[in-house]
Design a protein around this ligand. Structure first.
Ligand code: NAD
Length: 501
């Protein structure tokens, strides 16, 4: 698809020159990034210090759910994409080295950059010529300086390397499409040489060349509408990712608070959000009321920006409130479950959804998992189903009181109520007649507003969702500082790098 540098008929230089790239870390981000760089024509060595993972990847086993990723691995391994545990070898053979290791939260909210620094130490051991070292992990502002210090401390001369920041905005589950069809590419660097390398790496996307191929992964971008690239300072690039995610979290907590007002005054949040989103300065994204945000990125980045602002003496208490509203949203949902079903002890409940949102198997800081754990602790008998996250959930949920179903309908059989906790498309398409037939009592608590309220009521369900009119009286919608229901401690699980995320 992409050959060596060539010249357009117009005479302009075409920068479709393959670059030799190493990507350190084969998590949700590193593996997607490596496969996508190979897809746009580069030669990529993907490195992980987890040997079992590398063995699996060489056998074509993808360690997590990610749309299109198995196809890309099949397409490019072993030609343009290879896997290794030998970081030194990958560094020696590459011009650009992307660090995509985990950056979990420390107890003070700051991101732990020890894996990034460890990777920098290992890079320093293997440098054999000029390299561009690129932060792909989401790191606190000034991490670029820390990486530079590690290299200099290890005796690497400044002319042997540059450090750049290239934050990644992909979302787990749709990572491949997000990477190949992004809203923007951010390159933060003070070095012209590093910028030229990154410009070359992203040229197939910024020129639109990639989208001309018949075999390209389809998405929102095209040859006539390629991706804009924004060059910034390294510090701006580092801060930008945290700021963007903290803003999305704020939008979610804001709309959830508006939903609570809707509950109180019997307005409909779907209509309110639709009308708000039609204003281009607000936009329709992240205005879905529900159980709140989760995952590995948004919660970590809110905490991290909060920690950076505290450290620098900047008042950013808004973020504390964003987090508090998110926590209370889950306990308010438990209030609704109790309101609908009475005493929860011994209640038989069907649960749809465990991942933090639809389209991923990622259960890190998942509101759905928090609700399930809290209900199990209250003595409910739960049968759960998720299209992708069952294996991850089975590893961490308490044994005994929770059964795992093979499909969505199975959780409903004879249940006292059905809970929808994740917005999977598969759940939206369920036949509500079948749901009614299978439930012991026709009660549905929809934490993601996936069903049509009037249709559910016409079918005879007691249907309670978030911020949409209900027949039964709900408890005060004023957000209590502490929810009536105590949530279980937020779920933490070991990341692939061994740290707790
Ligand atoms: P992850 O924990 O799933 O994966 C990290 C991988 O790096 C692991 O496989 C680990 O074994 C490997 N690793 C750690 N140290 C290593 C070393 N020295 N040498 C080789 N391999 C090493 O992390 P992730 O979810 O892929 O996230 C990576 C970074 O990207 C984080 O900073 C995260 O905040 C950011 N990010 C994540 C997302 C997302 O949706 N998950 C999106 C955008 C950005």
């Amino acid at each position: 698809m992409l050959g060596n540098g060539s010249v357009h008929s117009s005479g302009t230089v075409v920068k479709n020159q393959p670059v030799r790239i190493a990507v350190i870390g084969t998590g949700y981000v590193g593996l997607v990034v490596a496969a996508c760089f190979a897809e746009i024509g580069h030669t990529v060595i993907s490195v992980d210090n987890d040997a079992a993972k590398i063995v699996d990847l060489r056998q074509g086993k993808v360690p997590f759910y990610e749309h299109f990723l198995p196809e890309l691995l099949q397409r490019h391994y072993p030609c343009r994409l290879s896997f290794t545990t030998f970081l030194s070898d990958a560094v020696a053979r590459s011009e650009a080295i992307f660090i995509a290791v985990g950056t979990p939260s420390l107890t003070n909210g700051e991101a732990d950059i020890s894996y990034v620094e460890q990777a920098a130490e290992e890079i320093a051991d293997s440098i054999n010529g000029y390299k561009v070292i690129v932060e792909k992990s989401t790191v606190p502002v000034s991490t670029c300086d820390s990486i530079t210090s590690v290299l200099l401390r290890n005796g690497i001369r400044p002319e042997m390397f540059d450090v750049a920041s290239n934050p990644e905005f992909l979302r787990a589950g749709t990572g491949v499409t997000d990477f190949l069809h992004p809203d923007r590419i951010i390159v933060g660097t003070e070095s012209e040489r590093a910028y030229a390398t990154l410009e070359l790496i992203y040229w197939p996307l910024t020129s639109g060349q990639y989208y001309k191929s018949l075999f390209s992964v389809q998405g929102g971008r095209s040859a006539s509408c390629p991706v804009p690239l924004l060059r910034t300072s390294t510090k701006s690039a580092e801060l930008l990712k945290h700021a963007a995610n903290a803003f999305l979290a704020t939008k979610i907590s804001f709309i959830n608070s508006v939903a609570n007002v809707c509950d109180a005054v019997k307005a409909d949040i779907s209509e309110v959000a639709q009308g708000m989103g039609m204003d281009p300065s607000i936009g329709p994204g992240f205005l879905a009321a529900g159980l709140g945000y989760g995952g590995s990125s948004i919660p970590n980045h809110v905490r991290s920006l909060r920690a950076i602002s505290s450290r620098t003496g900047v008042d950013f208490n808004l973020l504390d409130e964003v987090e508090r509203i998110n926590d209370v949203q889950q306990s308010s949902f438990l209030d609704k479950v109790e309101l609908a079903l009475g005493d929860l002890q011994g209640k038989k409940l069907g649960v749809l959804g465990l991942s933090f949102r639809g389209g991923t198997d990622d259960i890190r800081e998942s509101p759905a998992m928090n609700v399930v754990r809290s209900l199990a602790a209250e003595g409910c008998v739960l049968t759960v189903y998720d299209p992708a996250a069952m294996e991850n959930a089975q590893r961490v949920l308490p044994k005994g009181s929770i059964a795992f179903a093979e499909n969505a309908y199975q959780v409903m059989d004879g249940a006292d109520g059905l809970l929808v906790l994740t917005d999977w498309d598969e759940f939206v398409e369920l036949d509500i007649r079948e749901i009614k037939k299978r439930l012991g009592t026709p009660v549905v608590l929809d934490g993601r507003n996936i069903f049509d309220s009037s249709e559910m009521r016409e079918m005879g369900f007691t249907y309670i969702s978030v911020g949409r009119p209900v027949d039964v009286r709900l408890p005060s919608r004023e957000i209590p500082s502490v929810g009536k229901h105590k949530m279980r401690a937020p779920l933490t699980m070991p990341s692939r790098s061994g740290a707790v995320t």
